[in-house]
Write a protein of this length. Structure first.
Length: 350
């Protein structure tokens, strides 16, 4: 995607903040109503909490799907929305939102991406996922220089001596992906058990057995370096023995925590860090801003994925009226409407 700024904003029909299951299904419901979408998510992949925190954990309450993992649900949703060509902006936080003179919203991310649309849909779960900072004194001075919590450009780690800390999917995935281009990769975890996908663990152990990378079972206690550049880390094993391990970069994947973040400054009425909505449309206190999924609040609210899907359907109907004020809304079934089937690419009526 080409870079843009305030002088060259990206325009679309609807901006969706959050690319979890509810945000993804919103693309489907909006697409059926001829509403184009861009999605912004702080994570580096779609799926939200499902994909990041429990990609292999079974989910049993998706209608007509007896069991699927978070990763599988994400893949099926991506396949379902593919006909509508959504555009994703990953690794970015929705930082500011302001109303333009023409009535549209201008959203700016922490990476300077500027989006403009008449509709904003907040589907951010409990808020933005923020990486957990390792409890290491002085780590702040290294962040963004030689210590990172995500990978945005693999090339910056080419021929570098990298330490990756963590035992989940992100740690294992990046260990495997960066091993071919890095000078050396060392994975550090406090115990010889991992929360990542079994296939990823097997691939990592195979690389260790081949001598292509290192695995250290220890705790990371100290960073050593100066002027933002780490030169080594201090490890402590179960016997309390410490030793230093040289490195150029540290990638720390200690999980995520949820924070409402900049959404709290969007001028929307909040109640206990949740967003109250009108349950007939899921519009917030601010017209043309909607909230669906776990981030909203109303009497009887149940924090279930299927509840978010229902909310997305009703939200899309009201959004249609805003985006296409000159058109009459027609309720149709995908099973019988040749028009909807054409949009989905399953008939000749496209």
């Amino acid at each position: 995607m080409t870079e843009n700024n305030a002088q060259n904003p990206i325009t679309t029909d609807a901006i969706i903040i959050g690319a979890g299951p509810v945000g993804l299904f919103s693309v489907f419901e909006l697409g059926l109503n001829d509403v184009k979408c861009h999605l912004v998510d702080i994570l580096d992949r779609p799926g939200g909490q499902c994909a990041e925190l429990y990609p292999e954990k079974p989910i049993y309450d998706i209608p007509a799907v007896p069991v699927c993992t978070g990763a599988e649900l994400t893949e099926r949703l991506l396949e379902q929305i593919n006909p509508f060509h959504p555009v994703f902006h990953f690794g970015q936080m929705a930082e500011t939102l302001e109303k333009m003179p023409d009535g549209k919203w201008k959203l700016t991310t922490d990476r300077g991406t500027v989006l403009q649309a008449p509709i904003v849909i907040i589907a951010a779960g409990g808020g933005s996922f923020v990486p957990k900072r390792p409890p290491i004194k002085g780590i702040e001075s290294y962040e963004g220089k030689s210590v990172f919590y995500s990978v945005r450009k693999m090339e910056q780690f080419r021929d570098k001596n990298i330490i990756i800390a963590g035992g989940g999917d992100s740690a294992l995935d990046w260990t495997i992906n960066l091993q071919p281009i890095a000078k050396r990769v060392t994975l550090i975890h406090r115990r010889d058990e991992f929360r990542a996908a079994p296939d990823s663990v097997l691939k990592m152990r195979a690389l260790v057995a081949e001598g292509a990378m290192d695995l250290k079972i220890a705790n990371l206690t100290t960073l050593n370096g100066a002027d933002g550049q780490v030169t080594s880390v201090t490890l402590q094993d179960d016997s309390k023995t410490t030793h230093d391990l040289p490195c150029d970069n540290l990638l720390a994947f200690y999980g995520l925590t949820m924070k409402l973040g900049p959404v709290a400054n969007f001028g929307i009425n909040l109640h206990e860090n949740l967003i109250p909505v009108d349950t007939s449309t899921f519009e917030t206190s601010v017209p043309t801003i909607f909230a669906i999924g776990d981030i909203n609040s109303y009497p009887g609210k149940m924090k279930l994925i299927l509840s978010g899907f229902h909310e997305a359907a009703l939200m899309a109907k009201k959004v249609f009226a805003y985006v296409h004020p000159d058109r009459r809304y027609r309720f149709q079934y995908t099973t019988s409407s040749s028009d909807l089937q054409g949009k989905l690419g399953v008939s000749d009526a496209a």
